[in-house]
Design a protein around this ligand. Structure first.
Ligand code: G6P
Length: 599
């Protein structure tokens, strides 16, 4: 995820672009850049790290008078956060900023064999492709159209060129892009926030829309057809705009999951197989087992992943809590692949565990959301989750994307082992439906909001599930603990009878994860045992359960992983709605930190 801005007009361009990027820093902050075209002169500035660095670098730049400009704040997906990889990317006389992923960039790169590429990004192909088409077609608009017609994947693009120095060319598919105006002046941004205080009205571009803007004019096409613009007045509340209209960042991030997971999968699911450019046979040669190490929510993703890898690839996996692992004098064997999972890439316990594995000579792989973080720098290989910045302390989209990487990894390993392609094909079919399973159904949200009022007191919660739904139960309980401050435990459903069932009474709330496609009858028996002892039951399942006091119906029931994903969303919403009713700060719960860099 990245943020982009653009401006055409006579105000101070540098100021407008940099202030706009500041509002978008929540979308990425590992590097940033701006390009300005003024008096037929192109100026470009880039800096690695926080936006402050770019602001310092452009301190002496004066940009009064008419001009056009584009800017970008980056969240690395292809290539490290370096100045060369920072946007805008340049051709000979054109500059581009892009948010999204160009899936076929390698293919295009091969075709443009006379071009010298200077970055490792997928984006750079756009500007070179544009200049090649411009040479052939001698018309910037046609060349831009020909360029976007070639791109597969997701994008929001702004392009400026000396060949037509009064225009910004733009296109949107999959990634957000808004065009705003105030009289003659034109603005672009990835979200509302940078536009507030500048643009009076905005048009939210739809997928497939593209066109150009110049002073006083915006022309938008869908395919070859020019469309009528639908400008609407802009909200005036900045904070609301940053949260995309949601009450909390956590809520925004829950709703974002369906889109973000598509980015996680992008370019990695090919027709009938999984491809990871980050891995190869040589790296995995000689690996007979896997050890996963992580903390908190990442540990729950890891534990879920351990079930998936054993099920699908038949490779033994152990998942351990990093703070425990470090001091248990672990036995580390060279044929074990050591996998660490971390949203931030900075968690001290996970980082130390990784160091131990490296010192013992193991091959190491990080699954991480932040490129260039300490963990990414240390691990031999990294698979980025591409979730974008997560602001809510209670992790949501980081979790679901980590699990997607692990599911894809399980299938990748299964392929390497030559496991039945039919089995792999069934998994891929389900995987492609994940965005749908993660989409929040407003009716479901409302139902959970209403039933949440029954769960504000009592003497505790048990979240229960079996198999891979056990780690999900752990995660559901953790979410509730983190933001509601109520006592909750995750437990394997079959283990309740060995002790915890002694607690059962009407004030003990059982949140039962009852998937149709995995051990339904077994889980049902365990829930019946609790119900017989008067525990209050909230069942989450595609199958109606007559003993449940409350029932949350799961719609996506073709595959246990789709049930898993839909249930994950339901649990996140349940925790959030309970916390809201209790009047807690959902985004910044007491006593917690987003990234824990101490032991
Ligand atoms: C902290 C956060 C948790 C997170 C854990 C691991 O405790 O509050 O939400 O799951 O750290 O963080 P990591 O960045 O390594 O995934």
């Amino acid at each position: 995820m990245c943020g982009i801005v653009g401006y055409i007009g006579s105000k101070d361009i540098k100021k407008i672009l940099l202030e706009g990027l500041k509002e978008l820093e929540y979308r990425g902050y590992d590097s940033a850049g701006i390009a300005i075209l003024q008096n037929n002169e192109l100026k470009i500035y880039k800096a690695v790290g926080k936006l402050e660095n770019l602001i310092n670098k452009t301190k002496d730049l004066k940009t009064e008078g008419f001009g056009i400009g584009i800017g970008h704040t980056r969240w690395a997906t292809h290539g490290k956060p370096t100045e060369l990889n920072a946007h805008p990317h340049m051709g000979e006389y054109s500059y581009v900023v892009h948010n999204g992923i160009i899936e076929n960039f390698k293919e295009i790169k091969k075709e443009l064999n006379d071009v010298r590429f200077i970055s490792q990004t997928d984006t750079e192909v756009i500007v070179h492709l544009f200049e090649k088409y411009l040479q052939d077609l001698n018309d910037p608009l046609k060349a831009f159209k020909a360029t976007i017609d070639r791109l597969q994947g997701a994008y929001a693009i702004l392009l400026i060129t000396k060949a037509d120095p009064s225009k910004i060319f733009f296109a949107k598919k999959g990634s957000p892009l808004i065009v705003g105006r105030d009289g003659e002046e034109i603005y672009f941004a990835s979200s509302d926030a940078p536009l507030i205080g500048h643009a009076k009205e905005v048009h939210y571009l739809d997928d497939g829309e593209w066109g150009y803007a110049q002073l006083g004019e915006v022309v938008v096409y869908h395919g070859d057809r020019a469309i009528d613009l639908d400008f609407k007045p802009l909200t005036l509340n900045k904070e609301l705009a940053q949260k995309g209209g949601y009450r909390f960042f956590m809520e925004k991030e829950i709703y974002e999951q369906s889109d973000v997971i598509t980015e996680t999968m992008m370019g990695r699911i090919k027709d009938e197989e999984i491809e990871f450019e980050e891995l190869d046979q040589e790296f995995l040669h000689g690996i007979h087992s896997i050890k996963i190490c992580a903390c908190g929510t990442s540990y729950h993703a890891g534990l879920s992943g351990s079930y998936l890898i054993e099920k699908l690839a038949r490779i033994p996996v152990m998942c351990e809590i990093a703070s425990e692992f470090r001091y248990k004098e672990p036995i580390l064997q060279k044929e074990t692949l050591f996998v660490v999972i971390s949203q931030s890439g900075e968690t001290a316990d996970t980082l130390e565990a990784l160091k131990m594995a490296k010192d013992a000579g193991l091959k190491t792989l990080a699954i991480c959301n932040v490129d260039n973080s300490s963990i990414v720098r240390l691990a031999d290989r990294t698979i980025l989750t591409r979730a974008g910045i997560e602001k809510g302390v209670a992790s949501t989209k980081a979790f679901t994307t980590q699990l997607m990487v692990l599911w894809m990894l399980a299938l990748y390993l299964a392929q390497q082992k030559g496991i039945d392609p039919k089995k792999i094909s069934r998994e891929l079919e389900a995987m492609r439906k994940t965005p749908q399973a993660l989409k929040v159904d407003p009716d479901l949200h409302e139902r959970i909001r209403r039933l949440s009022k029954r769960y504000l007191h009592g003497h505790g919660f048990f979240f229960i599930g079996r198999d891979i739904f056990y780690p999900l139960a752990l995660e559901g309980a953790l979410k509730l603990k983190e933001i509601s401050y109520l006592h909750a435990e995750g437990y394997p459903a079959g283990e309740m009878k060995h002790g915890p069932i002694a607690l059962a009474d009407p004030e003990l709330f059982t949140i039962a994860l009852m998937p149709k496609n995995l051990l339904y009858e077994k889980t049902k028996s365990n829930v019946e045992e609790l119900s017989a002892r008067d525990s209050t039951i909230c069942a989450i399942s595609p199958v109606a359960f007559e003993l449940a006091d409350d029932f949350i119906k799961v719609q996506n029931a073709d595959h246990y992983m789709l049930e898993y994903y839909e249930m994950a969303v339901a649990l996140q919403i349940l925790a959030m709605e309970i916390a809201i009713r209790l009047g807690n700060d959902v985004d910044m719960p007491r006593n917690l930190a987003k990234s824990v860099t101490v032991e």
